[in-house]
Design a protein around this ligand. Structure first.
Ligand code: AMP
Length: 274
């Protein structure tokens, strides 16, 4: 496996499969890497804790950085190249990096966009920069960050010829045995908060059951909020939305329940099709 820290080490037109990450790799990331292994070309895992997608009060400084362990994980999962640039390589002060226009799904839903106002412009900036540098033929993203997956998919569609033929591949959320969605941020959870954190997926599972029984989205949303609070979670949002636009459901399209909540100062997100 090749490890590349500067942009000059990447061949143009790699045509491979890219898995963008911020490191602190866990089984969720590994599943994405295994999925990418089935796709065409060399498998590139990028590791970059992108400062531009963190807000002023966010955890950029204390975000876990575990490069040596990540390299071992990426290699055993089948990566051919790990691209782990520093901030200078990603954002050279003298380079013109075209930042894409944000798609509607990055600003209209009032979900992550409302609670982390700078987040998706930072995500689009770093993902566009990675696509420009790596020129992948496909890139794998997790449903764990569902709004992000839609934002990237729409950005690629809107940018048209900038990355010809680039395919965005979605991978389902990988969970711990008790259902908690795997996340690098779970490492911050104090042991006494672990049970509360499981409340996110428990509330989503109830929402899924209610939807299967024909319960109306407004009622499901109300119960989602109630269930999250009953687990002692401090709710940022709990919503049932059109699964493609993330706007209020229209009644005919598939829907998705999405939640964000804090426990012991750790912000967790999760979602499920309902
Ligand atoms: P991150 O390192 O948190 O920026 O995540 C990198 C990629 O891994 C993103 O596409 C995430 O959606 C995906 N990811 C993170 N956690 C999970 C998970 N538990 N299951 C599936 N994909 C995940």
């Amino acid at each position: 496996m090749k490890v590349v820290h500067s942009t000059t080490g990447l061949e143009k037109d790699s045509g491979g499969a890219l898995v963008p990450t911020m490191g602190a790799l866990h089984k969720g990331h590994e599943a994405l890497i295994h999925r990418a292994k089935q796709l065409q070309g060399p498998l590139i895992v990028s590791i970059f804790v992108n400062p531009t997608q963190f807000g002023a009060g966010d955890d950029w400084q204390r975000y876990p950085r575990t490069l040596d362990a990540d390299l071992a994980t990426a290699e055993s999962a089948g990566a051919d190249i790990v691209f782990a640039p520093d901030a200078e390589a990603m954002y050279p002060p003298d380079a013109e990096i075209p930042v894409p226009t944000l798609p509607a799904v990055a600003t209209a839903p009032r979900l992550e966009d409302a609670h982390r106002p700078e987040h998706f412009s930072g995500v689009c900036q770093v993902v566009a920069r990675l696509f420009d540098l790596v020129r992948p033929s496909s890139a794998v993203f997790g449903e764990k960050d569902y709004q992000q997956l839609l934002v990237v998919t729409e950005m690629v569609r809107a940018e048209g010829d900038r990355w010809p033929g680039l395919q965005i591949v979605a991978h389902p959320t990988v969970r711990e045995e008790d259902g908690l969605a795997m996340s690098s941020r779970n490492a911050y959870l104090p042991p006494e908060s672990r049970k509360q954190a499981v409340g996110l997926c428990r509330a989503l599972e109830s929402a899924r059951r209610a939807a299967a029984n024909g319960t109306e989205p407004v009622t499901i949303e109300r119960d989602l909020n109630r269930d999250l609070r009953a687990h002692g979670l401090d709710v940022d949002y709990a919503a049932v939305r059109d699964a493609r636009t993330l706007l209020p459901p229209t009644g005919t399209q598939p829907t998705r329940a999405l939640v964000a909540a804090r426990v012991s100062g750790v912000r967790l997100i999760d979602n499920m099709g309902v």
